[in-house]
Design a protein around this ligand. Structure first.
Ligand code: NAD
Length: 321
């Protein structure tokens, strides 16, 4: 018996569609985020299934262990929201869905680049106001531009392939370079070289101690004026306040964020009267050259299907030992 937390109607639909009665896995669905406050909902279950916004910190893990929960089945790729050390120490197995559809997130990063460049969001608002003026909407050709990909795992590789297709010069940084990208003509280099040369930087590395606030006042200083930064990975890769400071100066020309450091308080709350905006987030929404989306990079039909299937398979293999 599995308690599914942070469960939206589309999660419920796809999990119900893939779940077969003979699998022996029984799902119970809860809209709430898993937290110390909602912990009692997990009582009587063998495992929990969680998403990126469930904060599985040490205290929550200890409470889960006290409820005799033996398994956490994440419905996402990243697992930076789980205290893995505490989970291991308490005999709780943690599963994630590493490879549900890298293309979905890569395509969303590209969508942000295209929308920011061609100012699609502003153009559409103008047309709705019967304003067909083009002043202020000038874009640039992506062909020939230098695009950097930081983190060339599954999503980063898909991103690089698309950008190569646009005729961009693709620079890459990763702690372990990928041979296929090199064969394709992508060039691995160090971060300083990327900051110096790139017109666009897209982040596809995980959030960890070495990548926390990778985009900050100091690294931005090394970048070209008018740089475009795209983050579809994890919010805390970007120091949002320092990014804002650099939008004011023109150092950042374009900022596309699908993720935000405090997104757990904002993106996953459907009822507007419950939304807890922080002042930095509010400020981000005021710039015409910033586009924020609410962690929707993964959100395609294929990805939802793969997430549900892999979550079920993870739970079946856990059940079978
Ligand atoms: P992945 O594990 O396949 O790739 C991550 C890559 O980053 C690896 O190649 C790794 O070597 C590299 N890396 C690790 N530390 C690094 C560092 N310090 N500097 C540079 N590179 C480093 O992961 P993925 O499936 O490509 O996902 C990437 C990230 O995208 C995930 O960690 C997750 O946070 C995020 N994500 C976002 C969404 C969304 O909806 N927006 C969906 C899925 C995943």
């Amino acid at each position: 018996k599995i308690a599914v937390f942070s469960c939206k109607p589309y999660d419920k639909r796809t999990l119900e569609n893939v779940a077969e009665s003979e699998s022996g896995i029984e799902f119970h669905f809860f809209e709430s985020r898993l937290s110390l406050e909602t912990m009692t909902l997990a009582k009587g279950f063998d495992g929990v299934s969680c998403f990126v916004n469930d904060d599985l910190n040490r205290d929550v893990i200890l409470e889960l262990a006290a409820l005799n929960i033996k398994c956490i089945a994440l419905r996402c790729a990243g697992y930076n929201n789980v205290d893995l050390v505490s989970a291991r120490a308490n005999g709780i197995s943690v599963f994630h869905v590493p490879d549900y559809s890298p293309t979905s997130v890569a395509e969303h990063a590209v969508a942000l680049i295209l929308a920011l460049n061609r100012k699609t969001h502003r153009a559409y608002n103008r047309v709705k106001d019967n304003n067909f003026a083009l002043e202020g909407l000038l874009g640039f050709n992506l062909e020939g531009k230098t695009v950097a990909c930081i983190g060339t795992g599954r999503i980063g590789q898909a991103f690089c392939r698309i950008m190569k297709g646009f005729g961009c010069h693709v620079l890459c940084y990763d702690i372990s370079p990928n041979d296929q990208l090199i064969e394709m003509g992508c060039e691995y280099t160090d971060l300083h070289d990327i900051y110096r040369k790139a017109d666009i930087i897209s982040l596809h590395c995980p959030l960890n101690a070495s990548t926390h606030h990778l985009i900050n006042e100091r690294t931005l200083k090394e970048m070209k004026d008018g740089i475009m930064i795209i983050n579809t990975s994890r919010g805390a890769l970007v120091n949002a306040q320092e990014a804002i400071d650099n939008i004011y100066t023109g150092k950042i020309g374009y900022l596309g964020l699908d993720v935000y450091e405090q997104e757990g308080n904002i993106f996953f709350e459907d009822m507007s009267d419950h939304i807890v905006y922080d002042s930095v987030f509010q400020l981000l929404l005021t710039f015409p050259n910033v586009i924020v989306t609410g962690h929707q990079g993964y959100f395609t039909d294929i990805a939802l299907q793969h997430i549900a299937e892999t979550t079920l398979n993870n739970l079946i293999s856990f059940k079978n030992g």
